[in-house]
Every structure is written in structure tokens, then in C-alpha cells.
Design a binder for this molecule. Structure first.
Ligand SMILES: O=C(O)[C@H]1O[C@H](OP(=O)(O)OP(=O)(O)OC[C@H]2O[C@@H](n3ccc(=O)[nH]c3=O)[C@H](O)[C@@H]2O)[C@H](O)[C@@H](O)[C@H]1O
Length: 431
């Protein structure tokens, strides 16, 4: 019968052989042979393992802290330097969604004329984040720092206002896309409702309060049939959750204007397109598919009527954004208290000449020198509206807004950018 000692000790032949090799080995054997010593060794090993594991977890926690995307002296220095104003009477603007399509263009325009600009963007993967990172690269080159963070992060927003007394906020961060709202409804509530409220809460408490210009959407006109769409028209028939969240944004910002004296300007953008655009939009995905020789799906309205959009070129939209910032008027509150009435404005930013989707495709074919494979289907009930058409007289009156780029010219510039950015890797042009 094996003794307890035998059971505890490994009975490898090798071990026992050691015993016969000399006094040192005999000593080792005696040492291991003692049960209490074994127990001590076991305790020692357990303690060693435990301290190793807790050290690892300390390092991990430390890393999480160290690699967090905001905070620290260096970070604050970058924020301050990016917010620096380089012209007399200039503004310091916090641009949300700065790595987005419109955000990038507006940030560059502001920086170019000497305003201070700090960006914030969460770099989500609604579409290829590498395009957003490339846009950030463009911004960095011009000295615009983009903080990686979400507008739902109240601590981050408060910190930014701690570091810089922003005079203006250009709020462009949003969950965009009309049809995607059926796939991922909560992302619209997260960004366009909850994120907006978090931002407004920060702005209302800031001292001084900034003036806010933000992106609403032409989609708020929904099923409106009166053309062209005027800001005075009813907007209570949204056709998509996207439109409903943008409409909600208009009501929410009104509340903050009313209670806290925040200066608010909402811009209803009409299907913005151009270089560095959004890959989820029709003109962009059509270009990619045409070059790859893949079919494109063209939606058609009831009774075979073509869908139409008041496509608006990015440079015109930028002029509208900058004009809105320049004429925004001050917020009147401080420390969360209203001191008097502040401006509340809403403007259409469109092109005033709707073009049908099949015409858009024909223009792309001409610029790409490739024939599209058209697959025409009836518009599914997915939130789309049959047409949009902006009346822009209010924006014209207020800050001289006047779009100057037609779809033909704008798409030429887009295609030139597309080919220079992606090359022909996305497909081989025929011809
Ligand atoms: O003005 C806005 O506020 C919105 O503009 C944009 O929405 P839309 O006007 O719907 O643009 P976009 O998707 O390019 O579809 C254009 C046309 O192509 C048709 N379309 C689309 C896709 C397709 O596969 N086939 C097709 O025919 C489609 O039926 C439509 O008729 C922004 O995406 C949105 O975020 C918001 O800013």
C-alpha cells in the first residue's frame, strides 16, 4: 500500500535515481520529501501566480487608461492649439461629426479663413471607417484636431468646454441614411435624439453658451406635396424614422432655445453630394457598381414616375453652413439660465433644381465612360419619398445663400476625386 508521502511525491524513476547520485541530490530529495515543505512550496507557487495575475490586470487597466482617446496634458494642448483663432473677429467652433462628409469640408473651410476648429467624431462603422480616417488625415494636415469620442459622452463634452470657450458649435454628428433606419432603428435614437440632448445639455450649462448650427434634413418634409418645399410648410408627415428623428431634433432644439436661451439654427440639407462623400449614398454606390460592372438598382415611384432629388453640391452646402455660423446671433443664457430671447432659425439648403435618378445615372455614365447595368424596381416602402425640391429664399435673404454648382459639374468633380482616391481598383472602366 503506498504511503501518503508516496502519493504526494512523483514516483518517477528519474527522481529516485537522483537520490543515489550524491549528497546534494540526497538533500534535495529530503527537502521535497517533507510534506510540510511541499505545502509551503505550494503556497509559494499559488502566491506567485496570484501576484502575477494581479500585476497583469494592473497593466491592462493601466493600458486602458493610457490608451483612452481623450484627456491628459498633451491632449489638452492639441485641443487648445486647434481652437486657436487666427483672424480678427474669428470664432472657435466645435464641429461634431468632423470626420464625416460635411463635417470635414466645413472644418477645412473654417480653418482656412482663420477660425479655431476642434472636431469630435466617433468613427463608427456605418460605412468604411478608413474613409473617415483619411478625411481626418486631411484635417490634421491643416491643423484641425479631431477628438475620437461620442456626443453621448457628457464627460468628454464638458471637458472640451472646460478647455476651450467655444463660441459656436457646428453639430453634424448623426446617424444618416434614410433606408438604414429600418435595419437599425436604435442607432438613430442614440445619435440623433440622445446624442443631441447630451450636446444641448452641455451647451446650455457652458459659460459663455455657444451658438448652435446643426444639420436637420430635407426628409422632414416627408410626404409634403406642395413644391418647392418651404420652411413654412407643415412637416408632420415623416416617411422614415430618420426623418422623424430629425424632426424631433427641430422640436428639441426649440425647447432649449425657449428655456435656456440657446441660439439655434437648423439646416435642412437636400441630398448633399461631392468629393469625399458618403459611400452609402446612391451617386457613390452607383459609381462603384458601374465601375465594377455590377448592376445598380434604380427605384421608381408609383405609376412609373421617376424619383427626383434636389441634389446639392458640397461647396454650396459649406457656404450655407459658414453663412449660418456668421449670422447665428448670440445665445443669451449663462449657467443654465436664460437672460432673454435668442434666435431660433431653420433654413433649407438645397439647389432648387431637382433631377431624376435615371438622369443622375446618365450623367455618371458619361463621366465614367461606362454603361450602367440598370435594374429598375418599384420603390419599396422603405422610407423613401418621391421627390424633394427646396425653396431657398429664406437662406438667400438671411445670408445671401446662392448655390452655383449644377449636378453635371458637381458629379464631374466627384468622379475625378473618386478615381484619384480609389483608382480603378474598384473596377475596370470599359472603353
Ligand atoms: O436630403 C436629405 O436629408 C437626405 O439625403 C440623402 O437621402 P436620399 O435623398 O435618400 O439620398 P440617396 O440615398 O443618395 O438616394 C437618392 C435617390 O436615389 C434613390 N436610390 C437610392 C439607392 C438605390 O439603390 N437606388 C435608388 O434608386 C433613392 O430612392 C433616392 O431617390 C441622405 O442619404 C440622407 O442622409 C439625408 O441627408
Amino acid at each position: 500500500m503506498p504511503s501518503l508521502q508516496d502519493e504526494l511525491l512523483p514516483s518517477t524513476p528519474g527522481k529516485f535515481k537522483i537520490d543515489h547520485r550524491g549528497p546534494h541530490h540526497r538533500h534535495l530529495h529530503r527537502c521535497f520529501a517533507s510534506t510540510s515543505t511541499m505545502f509551503l512550496w505550494a503556497l509559494f507557487l499559488i502566491a506567485l501566480t496570484a501576484s502575477y495575475l494581479s500585476f497583469q490586470s494592473f497593466i491592462d487597466t493601466g493600458n486602458r487608461f493610457i490608451t483612452t482617446s481623450w484627456g491628459g496634458i498633451q491632449w489638452e494642448r492639441q485641443v487648445r492649439s486647434s481652437a486657436q483663432i487666427h483672424r480678427s473677429g474669428g470664432m472657435s467652433v466645435l464641429v461634431t461629426g468632423a470626420a464625416g462628409f460635411v463635417g470635414t469640408h466645413v472644418s477645412l473651410a473654417l480653418k482656412k479663413r482663420g477660425d479655431g476648429v476642434v472636431g469630435i467624431d466617433n468613427f463608427n462603422n456605418y460605412y468604411d471607417p478608413s474613409l473617415k480616417k483619411a478625411r481626418r488625415g486631411q484635417l490634421q494636415k491643416q491643423g484641425v484636431f479631431v477628438v475620437e469620442g461620442d456626443i453621448n459622452d457628457a464627460r468628454l463634452l464638458a471637458k472640451l468646454f472646460d478647455v476651450v470657450a467655444f463660441t459656436h458649435v457646428m453639430h453634424l454628428a448623426a446617424q444618416a441614411g434614410v433606408r438604414y433606419a429600418m435595419e437599425n432603428p436604435s442607432s438613430y435614437v442614440h445619435s440623433n435624439i440622445a446624442g443631441l440632448v447630451t450636446l444641448l445639455e452641455t451647451c446650455k450649462s457652458a459659460d459663455p453658451q455657444p451658438a448652435i448650427v446643426w444639420a436637420s434634413s430635407s426628409s422632414v418634409y416627408g410626404l409634403n406635396e406642395k413644391v418647392p418645399f418651404s420652411e413654412l410648410d407643415q412637416t408632420d408627415q415623416p416617411a422614415s424614422l430618420y426623418a422623424a428623428t430629425k424632426k424631433a431634433g427641430e422640436e428639441i432644439t426649440h425647447t432649449y432655445n425657449h428655456i435656456y436661451g440657446l441660439s439655434i439654427t437648423g439646416l435642412r440639407f437636400f441630398t448633399v453630394y461631392g468629393p469625399w462623400g458618403r459611400p452609402d449614398m446612391a451617386y457613390f454606390s452607383f459609381t462603384r457598381n458601374i465601375l465594377q460592372g455590377k448592376p445598380i438598382t434604380i427605384y421608381r415611384g408609383k405609376n412609373r414616375v421617376d424619383l427626383a432629388r434636389d441634389f446639392t453640391y458640397i461647396d454650396d452646402i459649406v457656404k450655407g453652413c459658414v453663412g449660418s455660423l456668421d449670422t447665428a446671433g448670440r445665445s443669451t443664457g449663462s449657467g443654465g439660465k436664460k437672460r432673454g430671447p435668442a434666435p431660433y432659425r431653420i433654413f433649407n439648403l438645397g439647389n432648387t433644381s431637382p433631377v431624376t435618378v435615371p438622369t443622375l445615372v446618365s450623367i455618371l455614365e458619361r463621366h465614367l465612360k461606362v454603361k450602367a447595368k440598370r435594374n429598375i424596381v418599384e420603390m419599396p416602402g422603405n422610407g423613401d419619398v418621391p421627390f424633394t425640391h427646396a425653396n431657398i429664399s429664406l437662406a438667400k435673404q438671411e445670408f445671401g445663400y446662392k448655390p452655383t454648382t449644377d449636378l453635371q459639374t458637381g458629379l464631374k468633380k466627384f468622379v475625378k476625386w473618386y478615381l484619384s482616391y480609389y483608382g480603378y481598383n474598384h473596377g475596370k472602366p470599359v472603353n
